[in-house]
Design a protein around this ligand. Structure first.
Ligand SMILES: NC(=O)c1ccc[n+]([C@@H]2O[C@H](COP(=O)([O-])OP(=O)(O)OC[C@H]3O[C@@H](n4cnc5c(N)ncnc54)[C@H](OP(=O)(O)O)[C@@H]3O)[C@@H](O)[C@H]2O)c1
Length: 337
């Protein structure tokens, strides 16, 4: 089956895994900080070379995250250790084209997905640490898989690693229709929790489809009027939404935020814990997420799919914070199966 898939991929893409990958590639490159105009599409950018613990991935699709829109400005250059020129993009799905000398878990031709810590996803090739990489879920397309890693890992690390959500608990998820929230609702349901989730009017149907037990339309209803004494809050919105959340958590409960700064005084006053989430790449967790996707327990929600050349437009859209599911850049044709 895999041989057949690779054969078709080679036929349709003109790429052969028997050849070494080309020295240059199509990519979106930032040479200087500024507005969206600094995202330059290049036909012959230098292709990265994998280090001994890395795989080179022939990217089929690359997910777009809200944080991507802050990369061109240089705002996060220090935090993310960025030096120019840089290729942005923190989500990829593709096929292993080359392996570093110490790589043992992957081989050329494997379909994989990853959150590459150092970006590079908006390109035909990217390098990722073996430990950051997992086999792609078999049951979904590369485009759908590309929207999974960063967002699903964020939801997983918040709800499972930090909040330790368990059967019978109640969790309130702010922004349940977004990239992270849409995974969070489903992950909390897999863990057996009761889920209360919020989004605007147009996304109420999606919240229900994802499995939310209670859907709140934040444009019409205050979440404090619906959610009381919850075990955990996952805040994907920040600002006022985070500020108003302390009072709805039961004593001993927890607030995890991915989008704001926790207020220790409020945590203490309410007798609750806080978790400030900064997502980290994790190949093992991605493998677990892939299993749940293949078991049809989690379904990625893909929003708009755009060509690589529309990277600036995609980032602009992601920056609105009103995305439904994930925006994905299609870099190459899907291998036919
Ligand atoms: N700390 C980390 O490691 C980490 C990781 C990933 C993301 N983030 C950050 O977390 C935030 C969310 O990321 P994302 O990828 O999920 O963003 P997203 O895809 O843009 O989703 C945001 C969601 O929030 C909803 N929303 C907006 N205002 C709301 C409100 N007042 N109450 C409830 N829901 C509201 C939107 O739904 P409607 O359109 O229906 O309003 C939208 O579905 C972003 O700021 C991102 O940068 C941080």
């Amino acid at each position: 089956m895999k041989t057949k898939l690779l054969f078709f991929f080679a036929l349709t893409s003109g790429f052969s895994f028997a050849q070494s990958p080309p020295a240059t590639m199509k990519a979106i490159v930032i040479h200087e900080y500024g507005g969206p105009e600094v995202l330059k599409y290049e036909e012959a950018a230098p292709r990265p070379e994998p280090k001994e613990n890395q795989v080179l991935v022939k990217v089929i699709a690359s997910g777009v995250n809200p944080v991507d829109a802050a990369i061109p400005s240089g705002k996060y250059a220090k935090v993310f250790g960025i030096t120019l020129p840089v290729v942005p993009g923190y989500d990829i799905a593709g096929i292993v084209a080359k392996t570093g000398a110490k790589v043992t878990r992957f081989k050329i031709g494997d379909a994989v997905y990853a959150y590459p810590m150092w970006g590079g996803g908006y390109a035909e090739y990217d390098v990722v640490d073996e430990a950051e990489t997992a086999l792609k879920p078999k049951s979904i397309s590369f485009v759908d898989a590309a929207g999974v890693p960063l967002a699903a890992l964020t939801a997983w690390q918040a709800l499972i690693d930090n909040c330790k959500i368990d059967k019978g608990q109640t969790v309130l998820i702010h922004g349940g229709s977004g990239g992270v929230g849409s995974f969070a609702v489903q992950i909390a349901k897999v863990r057996g929790a009761k889920v209360i989730a919020s989004a605007s009017t147009k996304n109420q149907d999606l919240l229900k489809k994802l499995g939310a037990d209670v859907a709140i339309d934040y444009t019409k209803q205050k979440f404090e009027d619906v959610a009381h004494n919850v075990d955990a809050v996952l805040d994907c919105v920040g600002k006022d939404t985070l500020q108003r959340s302390y009072a709805v958590v039961k004593k001993g409960g927890i607030i995890a935020t991915i989008a704001g700064r926790l207020d220790q005084a409020e945590l203490d006053k309410n007798g609750i814990r806080g978790a400030q989430i900064g997502v980290r790449p994790n190949g093992q967790e991605l493998a677990e997420i892939a299993r749940l996707i293949d078991e049809k327990k989690i379904k990625p929600v893909t929003g708009e799919v755009m060509p690589l050349t529309d990277a600036a437009k995609a980032q602009e859209q992601a920056a609105t914070r009103h995305t439904r599911g994930k925006i994905v850049l299609k870099v190459a044709d899907e291998p036919k199966s």
